[in-house]
Design a protein around this ligand. Structure first.
Ligand SMILES: *Cc1c(COP(=O)(O)O)cnc(C)c1O
Length: 382
Protein backbone atom coordinates (compact mmCIF):
# COMPACT_ATOMS: atom_id res chain seq x y z
CA UNK A 1 0.00 0.00 0.00
CA UNK A 2 1.17 3.54 -0.77
CA UNK A 3 2.31 5.30 2.36
CA UNK A 4 1.08 8.83 3.06
CA UNK A 5 4.58 9.83 4.18
CA UNK A 6 6.02 8.87 0.78
CA UNK A 7 3.47 10.95 -1.04
CA UNK A 8 4.19 13.91 1.20
CA UNK A 9 7.92 13.50 0.61
CA UNK A 10 7.51 13.54 -3.14
CA UNK A 11 5.31 16.63 -2.93
CA UNK A 12 8.03 18.28 -0.84
CA UNK A 13 10.69 17.29 -3.39
CA UNK A 14 8.70 18.85 -6.21
CA UNK A 15 8.18 22.06 -4.25
CA UNK A 16 4.46 21.29 -4.16
CA UNK A 17 3.89 20.64 -0.46
CA UNK A 18 1.32 22.96 1.09
CA UNK A 19 1.13 23.88 4.74
CA UNK A 20 -1.41 25.85 6.71
CA UNK A 21 -0.38 29.02 8.42
CA UNK A 22 -2.30 30.40 11.37
CA UNK A 23 -3.03 34.08 10.82
CA UNK A 24 -5.05 36.71 12.58
CA UNK A 25 -6.77 39.56 10.81
CA UNK A 26 -5.73 43.11 11.64
CA UNK A 27 -7.48 46.13 10.18
CA UNK A 28 -7.57 45.55 6.39
CA UNK A 29 -5.14 45.25 4.63
CA UNK A 30 -3.07 44.12 7.62
CA UNK A 31 -2.66 40.64 9.04
CA UNK A 32 -0.96 39.43 12.17
CA UNK A 33 1.49 36.58 11.71
CA UNK A 34 3.22 35.44 14.90
CA UNK A 35 2.31 38.83 16.36
CA UNK A 36 3.94 40.71 13.47
CA UNK A 37 1.88 43.09 11.31
CA UNK A 38 2.18 42.26 7.63
CA UNK A 39 0.43 43.72 4.60
CA UNK A 40 -1.86 41.28 2.88
CA UNK A 41 -1.50 41.21 -0.92
CA UNK A 42 -3.19 37.84 -1.37
CA UNK A 43 -6.79 38.24 -0.28
CA UNK A 44 -9.83 38.16 -2.56
CA UNK A 45 -11.57 40.59 -0.22
CA UNK A 46 -11.17 43.21 -2.95
CA UNK A 47 -13.23 45.94 -1.30
CA UNK A 48 -12.10 45.31 2.26
CA UNK A 49 -15.63 44.29 3.34
CA UNK A 50 -14.82 41.08 5.22
CA UNK A 51 -14.10 43.04 8.41
CA UNK A 52 -16.59 45.81 7.72
CA UNK A 53 -18.58 46.72 10.82
CA UNK A 54 -21.88 46.70 8.94
CA UNK A 55 -21.33 43.13 7.77
CA UNK A 56 -20.26 42.04 11.23
CA UNK A 57 -23.32 43.71 12.79
CA UNK A 58 -25.62 42.04 10.22
CA UNK A 59 -24.10 38.66 11.06
CA UNK A 60 -24.48 39.26 14.79
CA UNK A 61 -28.10 40.33 14.50
CA UNK A 62 -28.96 37.35 12.31
CA UNK A 63 -27.29 34.92 14.72
CA UNK A 64 -29.20 36.44 17.64
CA UNK A 65 -32.50 36.28 15.80
CA UNK A 66 -32.25 33.06 13.77
CA UNK A 67 -29.65 31.06 15.68
CA UNK A 68 -26.16 29.86 14.84
CA UNK A 69 -27.22 27.07 12.49
CA UNK A 70 -29.97 26.55 9.94
CA UNK A 71 -30.86 23.12 11.27
CA UNK A 72 -31.18 21.21 8.01
CA UNK A 73 -30.93 21.46 4.27
CA UNK A 74 -32.96 24.12 2.51
CA UNK A 75 -35.54 21.60 1.24
CA UNK A 76 -36.31 20.16 4.69
CA UNK A 77 -36.61 22.98 7.23
CA UNK A 78 -33.50 25.10 6.69
CA UNK A 79 -34.96 27.59 4.20
CA UNK A 80 -35.12 30.65 6.46
CA UNK A 81 -36.25 34.14 5.51
CA UNK A 82 -32.64 35.46 5.15
CA UNK A 83 -31.98 32.84 2.45
CA UNK A 84 -35.04 33.95 0.49
CA UNK A 85 -34.25 37.61 0.94
CA UNK A 86 -30.69 37.03 -0.28
CA UNK A 87 -31.89 35.21 -3.40
CA UNK A 88 -34.37 37.99 -4.21
CA UNK A 89 -31.59 40.53 -3.80
CA UNK A 90 -29.24 38.59 -6.08
CA UNK A 91 -31.88 38.16 -8.80
CA UNK A 92 -32.81 41.86 -8.70
CA UNK A 93 -29.15 42.93 -8.77
CA UNK A 94 -28.28 40.56 -11.62
CA UNK A 95 -31.55 41.38 -13.38
CA UNK A 96 -32.53 37.71 -13.76
CA UNK A 97 -35.84 36.02 -13.01
CA UNK A 98 -34.44 34.05 -10.09
CA UNK A 99 -31.36 33.06 -8.13
CA UNK A 100 -30.28 30.20 -5.91
CA UNK A 101 -27.69 30.44 -3.13
CA UNK A 102 -25.28 27.72 -2.06
CA UNK A 103 -22.89 27.24 0.85
CA UNK A 104 -19.96 28.34 -1.33
CA UNK A 105 -19.00 28.93 -4.92
CA UNK A 106 -17.53 25.46 -5.26
CA UNK A 107 -20.88 23.91 -4.37
CA UNK A 108 -22.67 26.29 -6.75
CA UNK A 109 -20.45 25.24 -9.66
CA UNK A 110 -20.61 21.51 -9.01
CA UNK A 111 -24.34 21.61 -8.26
CA UNK A 112 -25.18 23.62 -11.36
CA UNK A 113 -23.09 21.66 -13.84
CA UNK A 114 -24.21 18.26 -12.57
CA UNK A 115 -27.86 19.40 -12.61
CA UNK A 116 -28.03 20.68 -16.15
CA UNK A 117 -25.71 18.16 -17.84
CA UNK A 118 -25.85 14.42 -18.23
CA UNK A 119 -24.17 11.73 -20.33
CA UNK A 120 -24.60 12.52 -24.04
CA UNK A 121 -24.37 16.29 -23.49
CA UNK A 122 -21.21 18.21 -24.33
CA UNK A 123 -19.48 20.69 -22.01
CA UNK A 124 -16.73 22.89 -23.42
CA UNK A 125 -14.46 24.70 -20.94
CA UNK A 126 -11.79 27.34 -21.23
CA UNK A 127 -8.46 25.70 -20.39
CA UNK A 128 -7.92 27.98 -17.38
CA UNK A 129 -11.31 27.33 -15.80
CA UNK A 130 -11.34 27.03 -12.01
CA UNK A 131 -11.12 23.56 -10.43
CA UNK A 132 -14.77 23.65 -9.30
CA UNK A 133 -15.93 24.06 -12.90
CA UNK A 134 -13.74 21.20 -14.05
CA UNK A 135 -14.92 18.98 -11.20
CA UNK A 136 -18.57 19.78 -11.91
CA UNK A 137 -18.09 19.06 -15.61
CA UNK A 138 -16.39 15.73 -14.86
CA UNK A 139 -19.01 14.66 -12.34
CA UNK A 140 -21.81 15.43 -14.79
CA UNK A 141 -20.55 12.66 -17.12
CA UNK A 142 -21.11 14.90 -20.13
CA UNK A 143 -18.43 14.72 -22.84
CA UNK A 144 -15.77 17.19 -21.75
CA UNK A 145 -13.88 19.36 -24.25
CA UNK A 146 -11.35 22.09 -23.52
CA UNK A 147 -10.42 25.07 -25.69
CA UNK A 148 -7.08 26.88 -25.29
CA UNK A 149 -7.43 29.93 -23.06
CA UNK A 150 -9.63 32.57 -24.73
CA UNK A 151 -9.11 30.96 -28.14
CA UNK A 152 -12.44 31.58 -29.85
CA UNK A 153 -11.48 29.94 -33.15
CA UNK A 154 -10.84 26.68 -31.33
CA UNK A 155 -14.06 27.09 -29.37
CA UNK A 156 -15.96 27.57 -32.61
CA UNK A 157 -14.44 24.39 -34.06
CA UNK A 158 -15.40 22.42 -30.96
CA UNK A 159 -18.94 23.78 -31.11
CA UNK A 160 -19.28 22.86 -34.77
CA UNK A 161 -17.95 19.36 -34.11
CA UNK A 162 -20.16 18.88 -31.04
CA UNK A 163 -23.26 19.63 -33.10
CA UNK A 164 -22.42 17.04 -35.77
CA UNK A 165 -23.09 14.00 -33.66
CA UNK A 166 -25.23 15.34 -30.88
CA UNK A 167 -28.09 13.02 -29.82
CA UNK A 168 -31.57 14.57 -30.12
CA UNK A 169 -32.38 16.81 -27.17
CA UNK A 170 -28.79 16.88 -25.90
CA UNK A 171 -27.33 20.11 -24.51
CA UNK A 172 -24.10 21.87 -25.34
CA UNK A 173 -22.76 24.14 -22.60
CA UNK A 174 -19.78 26.51 -22.82
CA UNK A 175 -18.11 27.40 -19.52
CA UNK A 176 -15.76 30.28 -18.81
CA UNK A 177 -14.84 32.88 -16.22
CA UNK A 178 -15.23 36.61 -16.77
CA UNK A 179 -12.00 37.39 -14.88
CA UNK A 180 -9.57 34.49 -14.64
CA UNK A 181 -8.55 33.75 -11.09
CA UNK A 182 -4.81 33.20 -11.54
CA UNK A 183 -4.01 35.51 -14.47
CA UNK A 184 -6.45 38.34 -13.84
CA UNK A 185 -7.25 38.68 -17.53
CA UNK A 186 -10.71 38.86 -19.08
CA UNK A 187 -12.68 36.57 -21.33
CA UNK A 188 -13.77 38.24 -24.61
CA UNK A 189 -17.37 37.92 -23.45
CA UNK A 190 -19.16 39.86 -26.19
CA UNK A 191 -17.57 37.75 -28.94
CA UNK A 192 -18.02 34.59 -26.91
CA UNK A 193 -21.73 35.29 -26.44
CA UNK A 194 -22.28 35.73 -30.15
CA UNK A 195 -20.43 32.51 -31.02
CA UNK A 196 -22.36 30.54 -28.43
CA UNK A 197 -25.66 31.99 -29.67
CA UNK A 198 -24.79 31.23 -33.28
CA UNK A 199 -24.28 27.58 -32.34
CA UNK A 200 -27.41 27.35 -30.22
CA UNK A 201 -25.42 26.43 -27.11
CA UNK A 202 -25.81 27.49 -23.48
CA UNK A 203 -23.26 29.65 -21.64
CA UNK A 204 -22.14 29.67 -18.02
CA UNK A 205 -19.93 32.51 -16.80
CA UNK A 206 -18.24 32.36 -13.40
CA UNK A 207 -17.91 35.93 -12.11
CA UNK A 208 -16.00 35.09 -8.91
CA UNK A 209 -13.38 37.80 -9.45
CA UNK A 210 -15.51 40.38 -11.27
CA UNK A 211 -18.33 40.79 -8.76
CA UNK A 212 -17.86 43.94 -6.69
CA UNK A 213 -15.05 45.02 -9.00
CA UNK A 214 -16.86 45.64 -12.29
CA UNK A 215 -20.25 46.90 -13.40
CA UNK A 216 -22.09 50.10 -12.41
CA UNK A 217 -23.46 48.36 -9.32
CA UNK A 218 -20.64 45.86 -8.97
CA UNK A 219 -22.63 43.11 -10.72
CA UNK A 220 -19.61 41.94 -12.69
CA UNK A 221 -18.29 42.01 -16.22
CA UNK A 222 -21.38 40.47 -17.84
CA UNK A 223 -23.43 43.48 -16.71
CA UNK A 224 -20.65 45.96 -17.48
CA UNK A 225 -20.64 44.75 -21.08
CA UNK A 226 -24.44 44.52 -21.20
CA UNK A 227 -24.42 40.90 -22.39
CA UNK A 228 -26.74 39.43 -19.71
CA UNK A 229 -29.21 38.25 -22.36
CA UNK A 230 -26.59 35.96 -23.87
CA UNK A 231 -25.44 34.39 -20.60
CA UNK A 232 -27.70 31.54 -19.52
CA UNK A 233 -26.05 30.99 -16.14
CA UNK A 234 -24.37 33.75 -14.11
CA UNK A 235 -22.48 32.09 -11.29
CA UNK A 236 -20.31 33.48 -8.55
CA UNK A 237 -19.18 33.50 -4.96
CA UNK A 238 -20.12 35.65 -1.98
CA UNK A 239 -16.76 34.91 -0.36
CA UNK A 240 -14.57 37.33 -2.30
CA UNK A 241 -15.46 40.99 -2.86
CA UNK A 242 -18.81 40.47 -1.12
CA UNK A 243 -16.87 39.87 2.08
CA UNK A 244 -18.84 36.90 3.43
CA UNK A 245 -19.16 33.31 2.17
CA UNK A 246 -21.52 31.45 -0.13
CA UNK A 247 -22.14 30.85 -3.79
CA UNK A 248 -24.96 31.78 -6.12
CA UNK A 249 -26.46 31.07 -9.47
CA UNK A 250 -28.63 33.67 -11.26
CA UNK A 251 -30.72 32.47 -14.20
CA UNK A 252 -34.23 32.07 -15.59
CA UNK A 253 -36.77 30.64 -13.13
CA UNK A 254 -37.08 27.30 -14.99
CA UNK A 255 -33.34 26.69 -14.67
CA UNK A 256 -33.31 27.62 -10.99
CA UNK A 257 -36.27 25.28 -10.35
CA UNK A 258 -34.48 22.47 -12.17
CA UNK A 259 -31.23 23.02 -10.31
CA UNK A 260 -32.84 23.09 -6.90
CA UNK A 261 -34.41 19.74 -7.76
CA UNK A 262 -31.19 18.18 -9.03
CA UNK A 263 -28.17 19.73 -7.35
CA UNK A 264 -26.80 17.28 -4.83
CA UNK A 265 -24.51 19.92 -3.30
CA UNK A 266 -27.68 21.90 -2.56
CA UNK A 267 -30.07 19.10 -1.60
CA UNK A 268 -27.77 17.04 0.61
CA UNK A 269 -26.09 19.83 2.54
CA UNK A 270 -27.18 21.91 5.52
CA UNK A 271 -28.33 25.40 4.57
CA UNK A 272 -25.69 28.10 5.16
CA UNK A 273 -25.93 29.66 8.64
CA UNK A 274 -28.10 32.80 8.94
CA UNK A 275 -25.12 34.93 10.02
CA UNK A 276 -23.27 34.11 6.80
CA UNK A 277 -26.36 34.82 4.71
CA UNK A 278 -27.09 38.12 6.43
CA UNK A 279 -23.48 39.25 6.00
CA UNK A 280 -23.71 38.39 2.29
CA UNK A 281 -26.91 40.38 2.02
CA UNK A 282 -25.31 43.43 3.63
CA UNK A 283 -22.19 43.03 1.49
CA UNK A 284 -24.29 43.02 -1.69
CA UNK A 285 -26.26 46.06 -0.55
CA UNK A 286 -23.03 47.95 0.03
CA UNK A 287 -21.57 46.85 -3.31
CA UNK A 288 -24.65 48.13 -5.16
CA UNK A 289 -24.68 51.46 -3.27
CA UNK A 290 -22.82 54.77 -3.64
CA UNK A 291 -20.37 53.53 -1.01
CA UNK A 292 -19.69 50.46 -3.12
CA UNK A 293 -18.97 52.73 -6.07
CA UNK A 294 -16.49 54.72 -3.99
CA UNK A 295 -14.73 51.53 -2.86
CA UNK A 296 -14.55 50.36 -6.49
CA UNK A 297 -13.07 53.71 -7.52
CA UNK A 298 -10.42 53.36 -4.78
CA UNK A 299 -9.61 49.84 -5.92
CA UNK A 300 -9.22 50.92 -9.56
CA UNK A 301 -6.95 53.79 -8.52
CA UNK A 302 -4.76 51.20 -6.81
CA UNK A 303 -4.81 48.94 -9.85
CA UNK A 304 -3.86 51.87 -12.10
CA UNK A 305 -1.00 52.82 -9.76
CA UNK A 306 0.41 49.31 -9.60
CA UNK A 307 0.23 48.81 -13.35
CA UNK A 308 1.87 52.20 -13.95
CA UNK A 309 4.82 51.65 -11.63
CA UNK A 310 5.32 48.06 -12.75
CA UNK A 311 4.60 48.77 -16.40
CA UNK A 312 2.26 45.79 -16.35
CA UNK A 313 -1.08 45.77 -18.15
CA UNK A 314 -3.92 44.94 -15.78
CA UNK A 315 -7.56 44.17 -16.38
CA UNK A 316 -8.58 43.37 -12.82
CA UNK A 317 -7.44 43.36 -9.20
CA UNK A 318 -5.35 40.22 -9.81
CA UNK A 319 -1.79 40.99 -10.85
CA UNK A 320 0.36 37.90 -11.21
CA UNK A 321 4.14 38.00 -11.03
CA UNK A 322 5.01 34.80 -12.88
CA UNK A 323 8.25 33.25 -11.70
CA UNK A 324 8.30 29.78 -13.25
CA UNK A 325 9.85 27.14 -11.02
CA UNK A 326 8.16 26.16 -7.75
CA UNK A 327 11.26 26.57 -5.60
CA UNK A 328 12.02 30.01 -7.00
CA UNK A 329 8.45 31.13 -6.41
CA UNK A 330 8.57 29.80 -2.83
CA UNK A 331 11.82 31.69 -2.22
CA UNK A 332 10.33 34.88 -3.64
CA UNK A 333 7.28 34.57 -1.40
CA UNK A 334 9.51 33.95 1.63
CA UNK A 335 11.59 36.99 0.74
CA UNK A 336 8.45 39.17 0.55
CA UNK A 337 7.18 37.80 3.84
CA UNK A 338 10.42 38.73 5.58
CA UNK A 339 9.86 42.26 4.34
CA UNK A 340 6.30 42.25 5.69
CA UNK A 341 4.23 41.41 2.59
CA UNK A 342 2.01 38.34 2.23
CA UNK A 343 1.78 37.04 -1.36
CA UNK A 344 2.15 33.26 -1.24
CA UNK A 345 3.53 31.22 -4.13
CA UNK A 346 0.76 29.73 -6.25
CA UNK A 347 1.81 26.43 -7.81
CA UNK A 348 0.45 23.46 -9.74
CA UNK A 349 -2.38 22.42 -9.85
CA UNK A 350 -3.70 25.93 -9.20
CA UNK A 351 -1.64 27.07 -12.22
CA UNK A 352 0.01 25.06 -15.04
CA UNK A 353 3.38 23.44 -14.25
CA UNK A 354 6.33 25.75 -14.88
CA UNK A 355 4.28 28.89 -14.27
CA UNK A 356 4.45 29.16 -10.47
CA UNK A 357 3.79 32.72 -9.45
CA UNK A 358 3.15 35.30 -6.82
CA UNK A 359 -0.52 36.09 -7.24
CA UNK A 360 -0.67 39.69 -6.09
CA UNK A 361 -4.14 40.99 -5.38
CA UNK A 362 -5.04 44.58 -4.65
CA UNK A 363 -7.91 45.87 -2.59
CA UNK A 364 -9.61 49.16 -1.89
CA UNK A 365 -8.01 48.98 1.56
CA UNK A 366 -4.42 49.35 0.26
CA UNK A 367 -2.85 52.79 0.07
CA UNK A 368 -0.24 54.25 -2.28
CA UNK A 369 2.64 53.84 0.14
CA UNK A 370 1.91 50.16 0.65
CA UNK A 371 1.74 49.53 -3.08
CA UNK A 372 4.96 51.46 -3.73
CA UNK A 373 6.70 49.55 -0.94
CA UNK A 374 5.62 46.23 -2.43
CA UNK A 375 6.87 47.32 -5.83
CA UNK A 376 10.25 48.31 -4.38
CA UNK A 377 10.58 44.91 -2.76
CA UNK A 378 9.56 43.08 -5.92
CA UNK A 379 12.32 44.97 -7.75
CA UNK A 380 14.93 43.46 -5.41
CA UNK A 381 13.88 39.84 -6.06
CA UNK A 382 16.62 37.87 -7.80
C1 LIG B 1 -12.92 31.08 -5.50
C2 LIG B 1 -13.55 30.62 -6.76
C3 LIG B 1 -14.64 29.77 -6.75
C4 LIG B 1 -15.15 29.11 -5.50
O1 LIG B 1 -15.82 29.96 -4.66
P1 LIG B 1 -15.84 29.63 -3.09
O2 LIG B 1 -16.98 30.43 -2.59
O3 LIG B 1 -14.53 30.06 -2.56
O4 LIG B 1 -16.07 28.17 -2.96
C5 LIG B 1 -15.25 29.48 -7.95
N1 LIG B 1 -14.78 29.97 -9.11
C6 LIG B 1 -13.71 30.77 -9.15
C7 LIG B 1 -13.23 31.27 -10.46
C8 LIG B 1 -13.04 31.11 -7.99
O5 LIG B 1 -11.95 31.86 -8.03
Amino acid sequence: MRQAEDELTSLEEEGLLRRLRSLNPGDAPFLLLDGRRIINFSSNDYLGLARDEELVAAAQEAAARFGAGSGSSRLICGSLSPHHELEETIAAWKNTEAALSFSNGYAAAVGTLTSILRRGDVVILDKLSHACLIDGARLSEATLRVFPHNNLDKLEQLLARAREKLPAGARVLVVTESIFSMDGDRAPLAELVSIVERHGALLLVDEAHAVGVMGMRGEGLVAELGVQEGVTFQMGTLGKAVGSAGGYLAAERRWIDLILNNARSFIFSTAPPPAQVAASQRGLEIIASARGRRLRDRLWENIALFSRIRDQKSQSSILPVVIGENEAALRAAENLLKAGFLAPAVRFPSVPRGSARLRITLSAAHDEDQISALHARLQTLP
